[in-house]
Design a protein around this ligand. Structure first.
Ligand code: PGA
Length: 257
């Protein structure tokens, strides 16, 4: 099939410093023996430096990211993390996760500003889009949603982003195997449709109840370049197997069959 599979781990607001250390060390050991997968660990922001020190410069296909970023520049914004502060520390940032949109009411304009801030700081935005409920018009609604948050971005800038299709109904509340994922074929169809809004070379990944057992069905789809993983990324054994299984759809697949 021939691709590098992107696996983004969203740890959300979970784990102590010790947990972050153990998990990052474990993933690093796993990644040392795997090719064809780029793994991005997104710990809670307070553990960013710890995780980055573990993965940094050790292995080229392991990176760190944030789960959110400020739409404002550095300055008098209490509690915010400006993109400029983490430039060089984080290589990726998740923007517009449905939990943030639902719980903190982020507007399209704010998301747009966050994307611009990340790009200016040379941090790759992983932009989430997803429908509340599946319907026959979902794809059209999603494409509009994506176009709104990208509206002033050029094709080149759009190509620097990663799009995460995350149907809200498929995202777990944090427990492994508690929610049903979308079908891989449907996620692939949505990804193909979203390429009307972003260039054909823009990476699109799927998120929502991805685990070690189902990951390959997603990453083997022609229009999907990887996955965004929540609950399964917090369990080292599950996540290690997930990475190995994701690698089976990569350029290096022969090694893992
Ligand atoms: P989940 O979370 O894998 O636990 O469903 C995905 C996400 O929220 O990004």
């Amino acid at each position: 099939m021939g691709k590098t599979v992107l696996v983004v781990a969203n740890w959300k607001s979970n784990g102590s410093l010790a947990d972050a250390h153990v998990l990052a060390m474990g993933v690093r050991n796993e990644c040392e023996h795997i090719d064809g997968v780029q793994v991005v660990l997104c710990p809670p922001a307070v553990w960013l430096t710890e995780v980055r020190n573990i993965v940094h410069d050790q292995i080229h296909h392991l990176a760190v990211g944030l789960q959110d970023i400020s739409s404002e520049p550095a300055g008098a914004y209490t509690g915010e993390i400006a993109a400029a502060l983490v430039a060089g520390l984080a290589q990726f940032v998740i923007i517009g996760h449905s939990e943030r949109q639902r719980l903190y009411r982020e507007s399209d304009e704010q998301l747009h500003e966050k994307i611009r801030a990340a790009l200016t700081a040379s941090i790759t935005p992983v932009i989430c889009v997803g429908e509340q409920q599946q319907s026959s018009t979902s794809k059209v609604t999603l494409a509009r949603q994506l176009d709104r948050v990208l509206h002033t971005l050029t094709a080149t800038q759009r190509n620097q982003c990663i799009i995460a299709y995350e149907p809200v109904w498929a995202i777990s509340k944090g427990k492994l195997k508690s929610t049903r994922p979308a079908s891989a074929e449907y996620a692939n169809e949505v990804a193909e449709y979203l390429h009307r809004v972003v260039p054909a070379t823009t990476k699109i990944i799927y998120g929502g109840s991805v685990d070690a057992a189902n990951v390959l069905t997603f990453v083997a789809q022609p229009h999907l370049d990887g996955v965004l993983v929540g609950a399964a990324s917090l369990h080292l054994r599950e996540f290690s197997t997930l990475i190995k299984n994701a690698a089976k759809a990569s350029d290096h697949a022969d090694k893992y069959r």
